[in-house]
Design a protein around this ligand. Structure first.
Ligand code: UDP
Length: 354
């Protein structure tokens, strides 16, 4: 029996864990404990996902949030280490690129506990992003690197990972598993949805921490919303910043963040996605919707290469121009992220390499 400690803390990690932990629970060879760092803690940023998606209740909740990067990561490192010393798992599993990811990986590795990284190998090549730093460092100390795409495998090989003692496994994308499973359980959000709308989210530090970028984005969306409704389930970080400023939002439908089942409902019905989220760019593709990315680069370059997604950055004119004039590829019948069986692949590899 393998003892696995999964470390999660942020919204996208709950969604990924919902897909993987459900499959782990069905497997008799793995016993999973879940450590929630508390990085996201609001009801609509955390509890709702555990409730709606039936994610097993965390064995530990560290309640670490609202701190600067150093303090947050440091406190997580300390607390996770204490738990790992008591629990002595064979493996820890971390997702993506947050402070919870790097803290979990580092705590485990120093205790000689094997590290599995789901969503390994992604690169934006922008070292100003906290996410890029977290993912590069986590990859480097992981024992199994579960890559969602061929691009991710290639990134690792370009960095010389074939000379590093680790296993690279192309697992497919766990978010596709989640999208397939939970789209059957979609739930109508509380607001009345217009017939035609764009679904947008904005939360990345590179936008929220830069007033000019954030202002250009909101001005562009506000202008587009004169013609087409834009619904924005707004991240608390962004909501806090725009609350007392003069950002243009009067034409936008800004709502509280929603659960994944409501998100899937809107993804199924929207005409387009505009976002700076990593996960949502892929979900636009899973749900066959074009996407405008409100960042200067993306890790999901296969979406760009196939013209399902356009990078518009935080440039007002470029965002409006892309919306008005760009002809997106509408033939979504191409397999970019595996076959929705990432969870099985990950579990099989963990058992094989234990
Ligand atoms: N999401 C959600 N409710 C919302 C906004 C986003 O459930 O109100 C989901 C979204 O569908 C995707 C995930 O959260 O599955 C993306 O997380 P986020 O954008 O916070 O992080 P990123 O993917 O950029 O790391």
């Amino acid at each position: 029996m393998i003892k696995l400690a999964t470390i999660i803390g942020a919204r996208p990690q709950f969604i990924k864990a919902a897909a993987l932990s459900r499959k782990i629970a069905e497997n008799n060879n793995i016993n999973e404990i879940i450590i929630h760092t508390g990085q996201h803690f609001d009801t609509n940023m955390s509890d709702i996902f555990f409730d709606e998606m039936n994610i097993p209740k965390p064995n530990y909740n560290l309640n670490i949030n609202g701190l600067n990067h150093g303090a947050m990561t440091g406190q997580m490192l300390q607390k996770i280490e204490e738990i790992l010393i008591i629990e002595k798992p064979d493996w820890i599993l971390v997702y993506g690129d947050t402070n919870s990811t790097i803290a979990g990986a580092l705590a485990a590795k120093k205790l000689h506990i094997k590290v599995a990284h789901v969503e390994a190998g992604l690169r934006s090549f922008n070292m100003d992003m906290p996410e890029e730093i977290n993912r590069i460092l986590t990859d480097r100390i992981s024992d199994i690197l579960f890559c969602p795409t061929y691009t991710a495998v290639k990134n690792l090989l370009n960095e010389g990972y074939d000379n590093i003692k680790c296993k690279i496994a192309k697992s497919g994308d766990i978010m596709q598993d989640a999208a397939i499973f939970y789209s059957k359980k979609e739930q109508k959000p509380k607001i009345n949805l217009p017939k035609e709308f764009i679904l947008a989210t904005i939360h990345r530090a590179e936008n929220t921490d830069n007033k000019k970028r954030l202002s250009e984005i909101f001005t562009a969306l506000n202008q587009i919303a004169k013609e087409t409704n834009i619904i924005i389930p707004l991240h608390p970080r962004t909501a806090k910043i725009i609350k007392n400023s003069e950002f243009q939002t009067q034409n936008l439908t800004i709502i509280e963040p929603v659960g994944y089942l409501e998100m899937v409902y809107m993804l199924n019905r929207c005409k387009m996605v505009m976002t700076d989220s990593g996960g949502l760019q892929k979900e636009a593709f899973f749900f066959k919707k074009p996407c405008i990315t409100l960042r200067n680069e993306t890790e999901w370059i296969e979406l760009i290469k196939n013209n399902f997604n356009q990078i518009a950055g935080a440039d007002k004119n470029k965002i409006i121009n892309t919306y008005k004039n760009h002809k997106f590829n509408t033939n979504f019948n191409i397999n970019l992220y595996g076959n929705g069986k990432a969870a099985e692949n990950i579990i099989n590899q963990l058992i094989k390499y234990n």
